[in-house]
Design a protein around this ligand. Structure first.
Ligand code: ANZ
Length: 849
């Protein structure tokens, strides 16, 4: 189409790029300022799809843009090549995971090269290469030395289909596995964890630095995930027991309203509390526990499930008033949040109220939610259940009694029935009670997080071996650093089908080793690391791709880090970004980097969808990248995608027009052919109208790209191409310097979107390659001043005034100016205008009869 051989042009420039390597990041001697542009690296599961096409287009636009602004740009690419798809293919089809992975990588590399992305190909990494995962092992041991990697016995999420544990983050809201879709089960296992909770406050507080540079939605998702609650820990004595029970509460102000205590049935505490009770109590508890184990955590917290529970035949003592509180076990209290126990305040907490009503437990109001926040302290009397009977005000307490209405009083008000707290506001009551508890040694201010430690052990074979050895006496020691990397054994002859323990455990020779400390016979840890470990620091490895004695060089990290622009899908809004932020902070604490946040700016692109729905392999509606490249060529695909809409929006592939893009590119290229190839033009002269269009684009393009309004820049290029064509055909003609100036601007700016076409134009215009390395021109300010024209104003066919107006004035504004003009007002002499014909910007014609 358009008379140009798109594929020939594409191949020509790709060969030249390979030969000259123009997009390699500048070395030390390069004095230009630096920008580090990174797109999330792909997973090598088969061919790339249009979502990748979009991702790498956007990072390429940004990378090319900063080069054109005179920066030394680092734009690397690698592969996130460990993980389940290779493993599942190996199991299903009996293929070797190594060749499956590297064949797919080769295919994806080929597509990205054909796409004309300006990567620095000298820095390619694959996380499944031993010289990469070596440093995962190093990282693990560094964290281990600092107590940030540890083993814990605990309830883990178990995927019964993939037969592996999952991080909390991999369990979806409906309780299914993000990977296999199976309903996730709970299982007790000893596993390795990274202590990300030590960083919870920093991970939360540092989000403030990212405001305005990261999508607000992502910041909010991270905040919610970390989920910090501020309140107090309160210690309760338990009758007949040495140890106290501690509860976490966000409402210590309501402590006088506690009427019972609830513990999580699946907590160790619950088992301890029933251990010395009667057989009957023990039996009822055991039955209840068995029924609870079948319910997911999500269902357990749902407010509309009927409340269930068992009385444990024990009593706790309220530290502020000595009251005896019956202790129950109920599933609405979770074992792994806070301390797995709550002080129940049914008057002010809905779940506690539902439970109290179900089991007929007392309810006591301690916050008068109708009291004015200032003024006298209300005096309220209580009935036997502690319910106020005489409000002493207009409020009809019957109508708000939680026991009758079933509605907890969650609002703010003044404290009542609370001893020393009476009359205080919530805020002051919280402060007072925390002071009193602290003084008495029965409580303290406390924070609780939703965030859990990061479970990193996986019972899979295509991942980084955990670099630890277990000796027969149970000691666990790191493999000496001189023996790293611990390489994966060959999977030849191993039964790879998941069985709940790592298949690597069956690689007998590999597993048996020697304890580095004692010299005794020992076993290697057979588990591998979660692949999110690999991607938590890969952006640093790109800085020192060949480093043999360290994961990356501190000097290079100081020069390039952190990443200036990080571009990828919103599906990574929580896990990957949180882990990368955590590991960056841990590396900062180790003195390995000087920054604490890995990604200064984050851009989330929308999805490429098809016919309104998500593309997926299972639906069979994947649009394959390599096929689209064959059909349309790289540039048309790139322009069509860039033009399809705002970066963050989903783009329906049905609406993306490669035909329009192809025509536009042919028009641009034809302009280069039509103008003179004399590079020595001076363009102070020439068609001013066209020059204004060119210079307005020079003025606006940088800001538009920085705001990621890529589609707007494409539209503005289309405007410039059309204006140039018009000047060639019906205006100043092809020899006009302004036409050549416009053609050069088109080549330099279109390079962001259509680099092959841009290079071809540049060469046709008589320049040496590469246009991709040119620095953009500055706009001429005199050409940006709004052009003005003279408009005439007629009354009944006679010219009565002339006006100096902006050339781009619209009709309404012009008519308004004309009506207000004093000469016109005078000429009208009170007559009424019956008709106005306006042709902006030149003529306004009024009739008065
Ligand atoms: C007494 C109280 C009175 C509470 C009141 C709330 C309102 P967030 O904000 O989610 O952190 N809680 C504590 N540990 C729990 C657990 N393991 N499982 C279920 N619930 C638990 O919620 C904190 C509140 O949730 C705590 O404050 C506690 O109930 C409950 F008017 O204590 B509260």
């Amino acid at each position: 189409e358009g008379g140009f051989d798109v594929h020939a042009i594409q191949e020509k420039w790709q060969e030249r790029w390979v030969a000259a390597d123009p997009f390699r990041a500048g070395a030390d001697a390069d004095t230009r300022p630096r920008k580090y542009v990174l797109a999330m690296f792909p997973y090598p599961s088969g061919d790339l799809h249009m979502g990748h096409a979009e991702n790498y287009l956007y990072s390429d636009i940004v990378a090319r843009f900063w080069r054109h602004r005179g920066y030394n740009v680092l734009h690397p690419i690698g592969w996130d090549s460990f993980g389940l798809p290779a493993e599942n293919a190996a199991i299903k089809r009996g293929v070797d995971p190594v060749s499956w992975t590297y064949d797919n990588i080769a295919q994806q590399k080929k597509s990205l090269k054909r796409y004309g992305v300006s990567f620095d190909w000298s820095r390619v990494l694959h996380t499944s290469d031993p010289d990469y995962y070596h440093w995962n092992q190093w990282l693990f041991q560094q964290l281990f030395e600092r107590g940030l990697a540890y083993r814990k016995d605990g309830e883990v999420n178990w995927d019964p289909v993939d037969q592996t544990v999952l991080a909390n983050e991999q369990v979806l809201a409906d309780g299914t596995s993000e990977r296999s879709g199976a309903m996730v089960e709970k299982k007790k296992l000893t596993q390795w964890y990274f202590r990300i909770t030590d960083y919870a406050d920093r991970l939360l507080d540092d989000l403030n630095q990212l405001e305005g540079s990261w999508p607000q939605k992502v910041i909010q998702m991270q905040r919610n995930w970390i989920g910090r609650s501020i309140g107090a820990d309160v210690d309760f004595e338990v009758e007949g027991r040495e140890q106290r029970v501690t509860v976490f509460t966000t409402r210590p102000d309501t402590l006088h309203g506690a009427t019972f205590m609830v513990v999580a049935p699946d907590s160790d505490l619950a088992s301890e509390l029933v251990a010395d009770r009667s057989d009957d109590v023990k039996k009822r508890f055991a039955e209840y526990l068995a029924s609870v184990r079948k319910i997911t955590a999500i269902d357990r917290q749902s407010t509309d499930r009927p409340k269930t529970g068992v009385f444990l035949d024990r009593f706790a003592i309220n530290p502020v008033n000595g009251e005896r509180l019956p202790i129950w076990a109920a599933d609405y209290v979770l074992a792994d949040y806070g301390h797995g126990a709550v002080m129940a305040v049914p008057a002010h907490d809905q779940r506690d109220l539902d439970f109290a009503r179900a089991f007929d437990l007392p309810v006591r109001v301690v916050v008068d939610t109708h009291a004015p926040v200032t003024g006298a302290i209300p005096v309220i009397e209580l009935d036997d259940d502690g319910v106020p009977i005489d409000p002493g005000s207009d409020v009809d307490f019957e109508s708000i009694d939680p026991v009758k209405t079933g509605l907890a009083l969650a609002g703010e008000g003044r404290m009542i029935n609370s001893g020393s707290l009476d009359g205080l506001s919530k805020r002051n009551a919280i402060a007072r009670v925390i002071a009193e508890l602290t003084e008495a040694g029965t409580g303290r201010a406390a924070k609780t997080y939703r965030l859990r430690d990061w479970l990193i052990s996986r019972q899979r074979f295509w991942g980084t071996p955990i670099p630890m050895v277990h000796s027969q006496d149970g000691a666990i020691n790191p493999v000496p650093s001189s023996e790293l990397p611990v390489r994966l054994p060959s999977t030849d002859g191993l039964d790879l089908v998941p069985k709940g323990s790592s298949p690597l455990g069956a690689a007998t020779e590999w597993v048996s080793t020697i304890d580095p400390l004692t010299g005794d016979v020992a076993r290697r840890d057979p588990d591998t690391m979660d692949t999110f470990v690999d991607s938590s620091w890969y952006y640093l490895r790109f800085l020192s791709p060949g480093a043999e004695n360290e994961p990356f060089s501190r000097r290079e990290a100081d020069k390039w880090g952190p990443v200036d622009f990080y571009i990828g899908g919103v599906e990574h809004a929580i896990l990957h970004l949180l882990y990368a932020r955590f590991i960056t902070k841990a590396l900062f604490d180790m003195g390995k980097v000087e920054f604490t946040e890995p990604f200064s700016n984050l851009i989330n692109q929308g999805m490429v969808i098809l016919g309104g729905s998500k593309m997926s392999k299972s639906k069979g509606n994947l649009v394959l990248f390599s096929e689209e490249l064959d059909a349309h060529g790289a540039d048309a695909l790139r322009v069509a995608l860039a033009f399809a809409g705002p970066v963050e929006d989903d783009k329906d592939w049905d609406d993306v027009s490669t035909t329009g893009a192809t025509k536009f590119l042919a028009r641009a290229l034809r302009i280069a052919h039509d103008v003179s190839s004399d590079t020595g033009v001076v363009w102070a002269e020439g068609d001013t109208k066209l020059r204004r269009v060119t210079h307005r684009l020079w003025a606006d393009a940088p800001g538009l790209i920085e705001q990621t309004k890529f589609n707007v820049v494409v539209a503005r290029l289309m405007e410039l191409v059309n204006a140039t064509r018009k000047a060639i055909d019906t205006g100043a003609g092809p020899a006009d310097p302004a036409v050549r100036e416009a053609a050069e601007a088109i080549a330099m700016i279109i390079d962001l979107f259509a680099p092959h076409t841009a290079e071809e134009m540049w060469e046709t215009l008589g320049y040496q390659p590469f246009v991709g390395l040119t620095v953009w021109r500055q706009p001429d300010p005199t050409l940006l001043v709004e052009e003005s024209v003279t408009a005439i104003v007629q009354i009944d066919g006679k010219v009565r005034a002339t006006l100096d107006v902006p050339a781009r004035i619209d009709s309404d504004a012009l008519e308004a100016l004309a009506r207000e003009d004093s000469r016109i007002v005078k000429s009208l002499a009170g007559r009424e205008i019956t008709r106005a014909i306006v042709r902006a910007p030149k003529v306004v014609s009024f009739s008065t009869h």
